[in-house]
Structure formats: structure tokens, C-alpha cells
Design a protein around this ligand. Sequence first.
Ligand code: AMP
Length: 279
Amino acid sequence: MLVLKTINHIQNHLSNSGKTVGFVPTMGALHQGHISLIEKARNECELVVASIFVNPTQFNVKADLDKYPITIEADMDKLIAAGCDVLFLPEVEEIYPTEESRISHLDLGYLNEAYEAAARPGHFDGVAIVVKRLLDIVRPDKLYMGQKDFQQFLVVRKLIEAYNMKVDLVRCPIVREPDGLAMSSRNVRLTGDFRTAAGEFNKQLFRIKENTGKVPLSELVAAATEKLNSNPLISVSYLDAVDGQTLLPVQQMTDADEVAVVAAIDVDGVHLLDNVIIS
Ligand code: AMP
């Protein structure tokens, strides 16, 4: 695997390759969820490019940026094992050479108000600006992103549409731990009873999916929220049925072509995201 740190190097390498390029942007601390994206890209593209860049503009709390786990050696071993061809590993100055380059000019509308955006002002602007920058540099044919970060996926789709970018956005399924907890670099911060409690999160979401069509959607959502909140170790941040294309709330299954339940809980100060598509 080639490790390239500058825009010049990666563009020289990719521009003359004549191969279809699949791109997987990450912030490192890789787990099997990330690796599943690499594997999908490996199956579908001739050249697989991953990036590891802990993007400062998407952290609205500096302390979170400072404590983001860096495990670069282990990450590289995993990428090599999964068949990644090129790792783009830029410094912050390479991505953001000026103050102006840190500013997003894309109006994300509702996606910048709801759910994850409400608690983290500026977060999705930071996501949009870094993905735009990375896509302009790598110019992949296919971009692989996880369904796990449902709102982020819609932000990136909006970005691609807004700038009319020529890239196929591929939504990759959520990879889970043996008890069903969605894999996340945050999971290592959960121990003992807190970790056990977190295992109930996905079960409640899948219960909604199983009972869809049998019980009214609003009742299923209310019951899952109540069940999770009844555990003193869990606090539900949000749990809503939404239109999977717009993220707007839906009342019933007929309100949208794709209905998803998006949710976040807080367990011992760790913010966990999950979702299920129920139609
Ligand atoms: P991150 O490094 O957290 O920014 O994640 C990089 C990419 O991996 C994003 O597209 C995420 O949605 C995706 N991802 C993270 N966790 C999972 C998971 N458990 N299953 C599938 N994809 C994931």
C-alpha cells in the first residue's frame, strides 16, 4: 500500500492510472465497520484509496478533537490486509492551507438543524467542507460511506448534488458487534454495566422493524424510547421515524418511500448513534 501525504503526490499517482477509483474517507481508529467499506470498494473498483484525516473543522469542542484516538500503525495493517492500494494521509495544512478554505458555503438547510446538528453546531459544515476538499483532490468514481452515520450520508449526498460532482455515492450497511451494538471508535470508552446497557439500543430499534405494519409506528417509537429511558444508565437523545431521503419526521409508513428510525443515546457520557431502515 502506497502512503501519500501531499495533494501533488496523490494526484500524480491517480491522474494517469486509467483505473476506476473507489474512495473511503475516514478519521482513523479503524474497526471492521470501516474495513467493510474498503472491502466493498475492493470488490467494485480497480483502485482503492482510503484517507485518514482527523478533520478539525467538524469538532465544535476542541477537547473532543484533542482526545480523538490515533492508531495509525494498526490502521495501516488493517488497510493492507483489506487490500487498500493507496492511503492518503495529509497534514491539516495540506487540506486547509488558508482560513478561507475552512469555511463551507453550502446551505445544508434542515440537515444542519435536526438531530446530530442540534447538539453540534457547525459539525456538518465541517463534514461538508472536508468531503468536498477530499473529493476535489481524489476525484473518485465511487465514494463509500456508512449508513451508520445516517445524517452525514444525507449531507454528503446534498453536497454532491449541489456541486454537481461526478461521483457515485454508495451507502454501506452497518457493521455490528456480536450483541448488535453498531461498531464505533467510541465503543471502547464503554465498560462494564454501561457496555451491557448499550447492547439494548439496537434491540429496541430492531423491535420497531419487526413490528412495523402490526402496530402503529408512533406507538412503536414511543415504546422503544420509554424502554431505553427506563434504564437509568441510558438517556435517549432522540429516536424518531423519518423520511430516509430528507430526514423529515414521518407519522406513518405511507408518508415516505423509505422510512428509517434514527436514534442516538448517551451512555456514561458516550454519544451512540444507530438507525434501522424499516421500509
Ligand atoms: P469515521 O472515521 O468515524 O468518520 O467513519 C468513516 C466511515 O466509516 C463513515 O462513512 C462511517 O459512516 C463509516 N462507519 C463507521 N462505523 C461504521 C459501522 N459500524 N459500519 C459501517 N460503516 C461505518
